[in-house]
Design a protein around this ligand. Structure first.
Ligand SMILES: [Zn+2]
Length: 212
């Protein structure tokens, strides 16, 4: 639970299947954006603790961005939506799956190339394969990609393609990583694994070569 970058907070919420899982809070001019919501009561408590430490409340969260509709990223959505009253956005391709699992109707579906007008511009990168509507987000101002599950990592800052057991189409998921190289970034945050705060593009390029 720490402000890793000015205005970007990473919150380690829990372990899923032995993997650390993180969610993110962005401090934007118009309010806070929460990226993913975690999946256990402890996850929710950790988000609340972070808000407390910022002197903020659930109601300060104006938008919930979901990277993809897998349980470890969305199971708390019903409660968090109620607490915040925030709009929920996720990839078009995962809208039905979100509804099935959480009963929540998304306020808006996101497509590749969409730009969310907050925090200096957040570009939506659609990387299908892990799930149909799987997204990463590019924060122009920070030269940062929040990859979600497009790339997996570990405690030692190694990077991996998403493991087959978690993917709808593992080959498509691995091939899609290359798409991140279209962006001018040097920092990379993952949902499962330690953040890279510099030199991230080269590391992703190496991973793409490894995957091809
Ligand atoms: Zn995940």
């Amino acid at each position: 639970m720490v402000e890793v970058l000015k205005g970007v907070r990473t919150i380690e919420v829990a372990k899923a299947d032995g993997l650390d899982t993180e969610v993110y809070i962005l401090e934007c001019e118009g309010g806070l954006i929460l990226i993913d919501v975690g999946f256990t009561p402890t996850c929710k408590d950790n988000i609340k603790t972070e808000l407390d430490s910022m002197g903020r409340d659930w109601k300060d969260i104006k938008l919930i961005l979901i990277t993809h509709a897998h349980g470890d990223h969305i199971d708390n959505l019903g409660e968090v939506k109620k607490l915040t009253g925030a709009e929920v956005m996720l990839g078009e391709g995962d809208i039905d799956s979100l509804k099935e699992q959480t009963g929540i109707d998304a306020d808006m579906g996101l497509e590749d190339g969409d730009v969310i007008d907050a925090c200096g511009g957040i570009e939506v990168i659609h990387v299908p394969g892990h799930s149909k509507g799987n997204l990463s987000f590019y924060l122009r101002r920070n030269k940062l990609i929040i990859a979600g599950d497009t790339i997996f990592g570990d405690r030692h800052r190694n990077l991996y393609a998403p493991p087959e057991k978690y993917c709808e189409d593992v080959e498509l998921a691995a091939k899609g990583i290359e798409k991140l190289l279209n962006y001018d970034f040097n920092k990379l945050f993952l949902s499962h694994g330690k953040s890279l705060l510099r030199g991230a593009k080269k590391r992703v390029r190496d991973l793409v070569v490894e995957c091809s």
